[in-house]
Design a binder for this molecule. Structure first.
Ligand SMILES: *Cc1c(COP(=O)(O)O)cnc(C)c1O
Length: 227
């Protein structure tokens, strides 16, 4: 674990420097960009190494895995949910997640509303957009976003804070740019402040295209080993 922890430390330093550089290049401050550590398949001890480095946000994408690991994490670091979410799992997340990134349909938003109301709280969410129109991916299609926004805006215990996307693998930045345009257009009419875009392979390009939250797994922790 010590060698692995050292590798995480080096990766963290390198990625943080690259994020800072990309931020400044795009006219922002390094602290304007949030660096999320995506923890799927990663041992809790290694997640704690990232926390010791100063990581200030964790990203979980499976409810069960989160539940089995959360008690082993060093406390005090907020957690976001970024994975595909089944409606019947919402009850395990409300009260535990700073932000849910993957809301892409009204029934899911309505269930978040119902459980958040029970907890007497407002749950912050992002709407996930399927910018590459891929059948295999979740996310609302761009043209359906305004309707979903209007529907979720009517919910009293859900607050839409921005948009999230997982673009298709691409050689150029056209999907990232399309997402930037959609975000800017949407933010003109609906106040929002988070564009969650960019993973290990494209975080610098994503920041250049306006992202202010990058979700990084393998570049920080090494290649994932699925069991
Ligand atoms: C796994 C995952 C990431 C991180 O992927 P890497 O390429 O390993 O950085 C980011 N976002 C979501 C939604 C993920 O599921």
């Amino acid at each position: 674990m010590d060698n692995k922890c050292e590798a995480v430390r080096e990766n963290y330093a390198r990625i943080s420097a690259q994020i800072a550089e990309a931020a400044v290049k795009s006219g922002r401050q390094p602290e304007d960009i949030t660096f999320m550590a995506v923890t799927k398949t990663v041992a809790p001890e290694l997640v704690n190494c990232a926390i010791d480095c100063g990581i200030s946000l964790l990203g979980e994408n499976r409810v069960q895995e989160y539940q089995s690991k959360r008690d082993a994490y060093r406390p005090g670091v907020p957690v976001d949910f970024i994975g595909t979410l089944q409606t019947n799992k919402v009850k395990y997340l409300i009260g535990n997640m700073r932000l849910i990134h993957s809301v892409d349909r009204l029934p899911l938003a309505a269930e978040i509303e119902r459980i958040a109301a029970k907890h007497d709280m407002v749950q912050d969410i992002l709407l996930e957009v399927n910018i590459g129109r891929e059948e295999s991916k979740s996310g609302v299609l761009p043209e359906a976003l305004p309707e979903l926004l209007a529907q979720t805006a009517a919910l009293g215990h859900v607050r839409v804070c921005g948009l999230m996307t997982i673009p298709p693998p691409a050689k150029d930045t056209s999907f990232l740019q399309a997402m930037q345009e959609l975000y800017l257009k949407t933010a003109e009419t609906t106040p929002m402040h988070i564009l969650s875009m960019g993973m290990s392979d494209d975080y610098c390009e994503a920041i250049a295209c306006g992202s202010n939250l990058v979700r990084i797994g393998s570049a920080l922790f090494g290649a994932r080993v699925y069991r």
